[in-house]
Design a protein around this ligand. Structure first.
Ligand code: SAM
Length: 276
């Protein structure tokens, strides 16, 4: 039975508050799963199972799927749409209120994350897994196209921001495909894109994460200001000290924070430590 019929049959009412825009095209869902690179050896965490269409596409490929869904009204829908899959476990819980260690324990080791995530909490969900879990090996998410551009932006471009630099410290983000808003039911008023973050925690292993976060936050505090001015404003630093620090990471004394690459942010965070 098609998802729309199952939803109707169970009298399901969409709840806007939970960002419920479902994907129903099975070719598109299979394509997302294929591009995520998961194999029959993988345990996959899905956030926001909705009507279970993506869950089913993942379950056909993966060893196990552990899905989170906040809306208990979807219980009968998911029971019906996922009947016949014995490798799926759905947890009806707010993923943001679930400890990362708890999720890791459920998975019993490394896992991949594949999800069409609720847009109202895209950044908190991504940062929860990127920053808190050493066990997540890849994150493939369908998100707003505009946010996808930010995650994959290059230093010095308008889309480049704190989240780009935060993710690039521990992983490599790439855009896999564009998804027109018309592919969702109901249609949202923005287009989407699928982004894959392949985790690579050895890239800058040993970096002081707090100093790095402080460096990035300060660099983007005021985009119009030079990095030196932002440093003076954010930390108790003289102009000479700020200039010296800037010149230790880039040749341009008037550089703005948004032009710094991840390597340069790492160097900046090293020099910043004595001011924290
Ligand atoms: N995976 C389905 C699909 O692709 O059709 C549904 C995706 S829909 C964009 C997002 C889903 O996340 C909704 O079913 C919503 O109820 C659920 N959701 C929203 N907030 C959540 C949270 N904090 N924890 C778990 N699930 C959540």
């Amino acid at each position: 039975m098609q998802l729309k019929e199952i939803l109707n049959k169970n009298g399901f009412k969409f709840n806007k508050r939970f960002g419920q825009n479902f994907l129903t095209d099975s070719d598109l869902l299979d394509e997302i799963v294929k591009k995520s690179g998961i194999t029959e050896n993988d345990t996959v965490v899905e956030i926001g199972c909705g009507g279970g269409t993506l869950t089913a596409a993942i379950a056909k490929k993966a060893k196990r799927v552990i899905g989170f869904e906040i809306d208990t009204n979807l219980k009968p829908v998911l029971k019906e749409s996922l009947a016949g899959f014995d490798n799926v476990e759905i947890i009806f819980k707010d993923v943001m209120k679930t400890k990362t260690e708890e999720i890791e324990k459920l998975c019993g080791g490394e896992f991949a994350l594949v999800a069409n995530i609720p847009y109202y909490i895209t950044t908190p969900i991504l940062m929860k897994f990127v920053e808190e879990s050493e066990k997540v090996k890849s994150i493939t998410v369908t998100i707003e196209a505009e946010v996808a551009d930010r995650l994959t932006a290059k230093a010095g471009t308008e889309d480049y921001g704190a989240i780009t630099a935060g993710i690039d410290l521990v992983g490599n983000a790439e855009q896999l495909m564009f998804i027109d808003r018309k592919m969702f039911y109901p249609s949202p008023n923005v287009d989407s894109a699928v982004v894959k973050i392949t985790m690579d925690r050895d890239k800058f292993r040993g970096v002081d994460k707090k100093a790095y976060r402080d460096a990035v936050r300060c660099a983007f505090a005021s985009r119009r200001k030079t990095l030196a001015n932002n440093l003076m404003q954010s930390f108790k630093m003289s102009r000479e000290e700020a200039n010296e620090l800037v010149l230790s990471v880039t040749d341009n004394p008037l550089a703005r924070g948004e032009t710094l690459t991840t390597e340069e942010f790492v160097r900046l965070s090293e020099g910043l430590k004595k001011y924290l």
